[in-house]
Design a protein around this ligand. Structure first.
Ligand code: CU
Length: 180
C-alpha cells in the first residue's frame, strides 16, 4: 500500500510538471489564459496568436502593444466586414473593461505575427510580450498547435457561433494565414 501511495504521488507530480496544465499568466489585474498560435508553413511568414484576456480589476485597461523575438513585427488585429468579405485591420489597442473577459480567436481579434523568422512548429512555444496600459508588460509563452487540430477547430466554431455574422466562414477569408 505504501508503495502504491508513493507511485501515485510520483504520477501526480509528473502530471503537474506538464506545462499545458499551468498555461496561464498574470500581470497586475490582467490574466492571460492559454495563449496559442496555429502552426505555419515557410511560404507564409505570418501567423495569428490567440488567447483569453481577463480583467479582474475594477479599472479599465487596454492591451496597447505586443512584441516577440520570433517575428519582425507584431500588430493587434481585428476582422471587419468589408462588403461581405472579412478582412483584417490593425487596431491601436484592445479595450478591457473592468471584469471583462475577452477572447482573441480565429475570425476576430488576434495578435498578428508578421515576418516570422522561422515557421511556427506544432509543440514548440514562442515568447510574446504583451504590454497593458495600466498593468504593464508580461511575457507569455505561445503554444503552437497544429493548423487544423481539435482545439483550433473548436475555437473557430465557438467563435462563429457567437458572432453576429456566424453564417460567414471567416476562416477562408483570413488573408495572412495559410490554413492547411
Ligand atoms: Cu491579422
Amino acid at each position: 500500500m505504501r508503495l502504491l501511495t508513493v507511485t501515485m504521488a510520483t504520477a501526480v507530480a509528473a502530471l503537474l510538471a506538464v506545462p499545458a496544465l499551468a498555461h496561464d499568466f498574470k500581470v497586475g489585474a490582467i490574466e492571460v489564459e492559454h495563449p496559442w498560435a496555429r502552426a505555419t508553413v515557410a511560404s507564409v511568414p505570418n501567423g495569428g496568436a490567440f488567447m483569453e484576456l481577463n480583467n479582474t480589476g475594477k479599472e479599465a485597461d487596454r492591451l496597447v502593444s505586443a512584441a516577440s523575438p520570433a517575428a519582425e513585427r507584431v500588430e493587434l488585429h481585428t476582422h471587419i466586414d468589408d462588403g461581405g468579405v472579412m478582412k483584417m485591420r490593425q487596431v491601436p489597442a484592445v479595450e478591457l473593461a473592468p471584469g471583462a473577459t475577452l477572447k482573441l480567436a480565429p475570425g476576430g481579434l488576434h495578435v498578428m505575427l508578421l515576418g516570422l523568422k522561422e515557421p511556427l512548429v506544432k509543440g514548440k512555444t514562442i515568447p510574446l510580450t504583451l504590454t497593458f496600459e495600466k498593468a504593464g508588460a508580461v511575457t507569455v509563452e505561445i503554444e503552437v498547435q497544429a493548423a487544423g487540430d481539435a482545439k483550433a477547430a473548436h475555437e473557430a466554431k465557438h467563435h462563429d457561433h457567437e458572432h453576429e455574422h456566424g453564417d460567414h466562414d471567416h476562416e477562408h477569408e483570413h488573408e495572412h494565414e495559410h490554413k492547411y
